[in-house]
Structures are given as structure tokens and as C-alpha cells.
Design a binder for this molecule. Structure first.
Ligand code: BTN
Length: 322
């Protein structure tokens, strides 16, 4: 039997509703004393939840509350199942394990902090408080011939959602980084498992990390010149965080249900700031400096170097701004 504490019950109730609820009503609901409710609220406040106590009305979650809770997330995000963790090593790692144990498609793992966030190409992804980190489990019904489509659909979904909530132009740096004012505000890592028999995708874990607010003490030196936060130093309340994730998931599902059509690729291209720029990259161990002339429907970068076309299907390029 799982025993839920008064504190957890009070938090759940406050996160589920918009209006205040009196200490008396909460006490009655959970069969405890008003003093026990008061104690639970005090504990929640010391955990970091901002709760208003209004005379004659009771308790409600403050508009300024920043700390997430599962029930509030569930109000704004439509997916099969939501798992909320205050802190974890990596939401991708948690969900990959769950996927291997048979977890259902549409499960979303969300955390406010990662101790071992994973980036592309074996890198670390700096994941302090102030960001939001989440992974979605996908079990594509039809075979997706090009797994890159998941990542590019996600980048398009995230960029539109960020722009909607921040009012700032969000661009995509091929393949899947989101930039605002030439700085990276979001990274995406899709990890998959193939079925042995058909080599088709058994599952994919789509992981998204968004820097919302600058962390206390700023970014580590290695990334301080290239990383930024969507809302800068501005505080972001829990409702906005939940709505933003909800918009990302909604946009993404909109593309995913018909992913092979690649309809979102026009929007992806519109947001891709590399087109027309000169980039540097390695291909087969050789250094190239080329001009990006387009991105094809399989999300490959089309470049031109000394009149010769060079196509890049994966990897990373660095941009020459001038
Ligand atoms: C990159 O920029 O290299 C990709 C970063 C991907 C980070 C996200 S945060 C949620 C999910 N869990 C992880 O450990 N990584 C992804």
C-alpha cells in the first residue's frame, strides 16, 4: 500500500485547482487537523513552493510559484502519461530504461534539474535549475525510414513554442539546436533502439532541454560565450513552464502523426539560420569550408564549396558569422 503524506495531498490539491481552498476544507478532505494542514503548507513553502494564504479564503498556489508539480503539468500537457522528477541524472536515461521494460508510448519524463544531462556526440548537457528537461517515448507505428525526421520535427515544434511564449525570434541551427540572438537556448537528443529482425525503430526517446532562466552564477566558462536563456534573468512561473512544454508536445504530435509527409520541413527551413552562411565542418576526416545553399527534405545540409556540391547527412558544423 502506498501511503501519501498530508504534505503530498495538500500539494496535489493546490496544483490541481485555480481557486483558493480553506485550511478547514483541506483538513476535512484528508481527515486531519487544521494544524496538520498548516504544518504541511509550511513544509511546502520551505521546499520552495510559493503558496498564498489569504484570510477567509485559504490557500492557493501563488502566480509567482516557479517550482513544478505533477498535477499542474497534467493540466497543461496532453500526452499518455507524465512522470515528474524534481531531480534526476538524465530524463533520457530514465526513459530508455523504462522503454526497455515495456513502458508505453507517449510517456513523458520531466525534471527541473539533471545531474548527468546527455548531449549529442557524447557531450554533457549542462542542466541546472532554471531550465526544463524532458523526454518523450515514441514507438512509431509505421517504420520511419529516416529517424532524423523525429529530431527535425521536434526542433520545429520547440522553436515555434519558444517564440510564442517569449515573443523572441527562435532560429534553428542544423540539425537541432535552437538559437536566440546567436546563442543556444535549447538542445535536442533523440536516442533509439532498433529491433534486431527488421532493423526498424523499436522505440525512440526524444529528449529536449530548454534553458529558461539564467542559472545563478551564470554558465560555465566552456559554454558562456555560446549559451543563453530564453527569458534571460526574468523569473518564469510554473504555469508558463507547464504551458510551454504543453505547446512543444502539441506541436510535435501535430507533425509526428504524419511525419513521413515532411510538411513541417518548410517551417524548419524558414527557421534555419545557416542557409546562406559559410560553415566549417569535417567530412571523412577532411576539413571543408563551404556555403550552405539549402536543406533537403531528408534534413541533409546542401553546401557548395568551390563550385562543388557537398551534402552532409549528420554531424555538426560551425558557422562563420562574417
Ligand atoms: C545537445 O545540445 O547536444 C543535446 C542536448 C539534449 C539535452 C536533453 S535534456 C533532456 C534529455 N535528457 C538528457 O540527458 N538529454 C536530453
Amino acid at each position: 500500500m502506498i501511503i501519501i503524506s498530508v504534505k503530498e495531498n495538500v500539494l496535489k490539491t493546490l496544483c490541481e485547482r485555480n481557486e483558493s481552498i480553506s485550511g478547514e476544507a483541506l483538513a476535512k478532505k484528508f481527515g486531519v487537523t487544521r494544524n496538520a494542514v498548516w504544518k504541511a503548507v509550511e513544509e511546502l513553502k520551505s521546499d520552495g513552493y510559493k503558496i498564498n494564504s489569504v484570510k477567509k479564503k485559504g490557500y492557493c498556489l501563488s502566480e509567482e510559484n516557479e517550482k513544478l508539480c505533477a498535477e499542474e503539468l497534467k493540466r497543461y500537457i496532453k500526452t499518455e502519461k507524465i512522470v515528474f522528477l524534481n531531480e534526476t541524472n538524465s530524463t533520457n536515461a530514465v526513459l530508455k530504461k523504462a522503454a526497455a521494460d515495456g513502458e508505453k508510448a507517449g510517456t513523458l519524463v520531466i525534471s527541473e534539474k539533471q545531474t548527468s544531462g546527455k548531449g549529442r556526440l557524447g557531450r554533457q548537457f549542462f542542466s541546472p535549475e532554471g531550465g526544463i528537461y524532458f523526454s518523450l517515448l515514441l514507438r512509431p507505428k509505421q517504420e520511419i525510414k529516416n529517424a532524423m525526421l523525429i529530431t527535425t520535427a521536434a526542433a520545429t515544434a520547440v522553436a515555434s513554442a519558444i517564440e510564442k511564449f517569449s515573443g523572441r525570434r527562435a532560429d534553428i541551427k542544423w540539425v537541432n539546436d535552437i538559437y536566440i540572438d546567436r546563442k543556444k537556448v535549447c538542445g535536442i537528443l533523440t536516442e533509439g533502439a532498433l529491433t534486431a529482425e527488421t532493423a526498424s525503430l523499436e522505440y525512440a526517446v526524444l529528449g529536449i532541454g530548454i534553458n529558461l532562466t539564467e542559472p545563478e552564477g551564470g554558465y560555465p566558462e566552456e559554454i558562456s560565450a555560446t549559451a543563453a536563456a530564453v527569458f534571460g534573468k526574468e523569473r518564469v512561473n510554473s504555469k508558463t513552464k507547464a504551458e510551454l512544454i504543453g505547446a512543444v508536445i502539441k506541436n510535435f504530435y501535430g507533425y509526428y502523426q504524419n511525419i513521413e509527409s515532411r510538411e513541417y520541413m518548410d517551417e524548419y527551413r524558414k527557421r534555419s539560420f545557416l542557409i546562406g552562411k559559410t560553415v566549417e565542418f569535417l567530412k571523412d576526416g577532411e576539413k571543408h569550408i563551404a556555403r550552405v545553399i539549402g536543406i533537403d527534405n531528408d534534413a541533409r545540409l546542401e553546401t557548395e564549396e568551390n563550385g562543388k556540391r557537398v551534402i552532409i547527412g549528420a554531424g555538426e558544423v560551425s558557422v562563420k558569422w562574417k
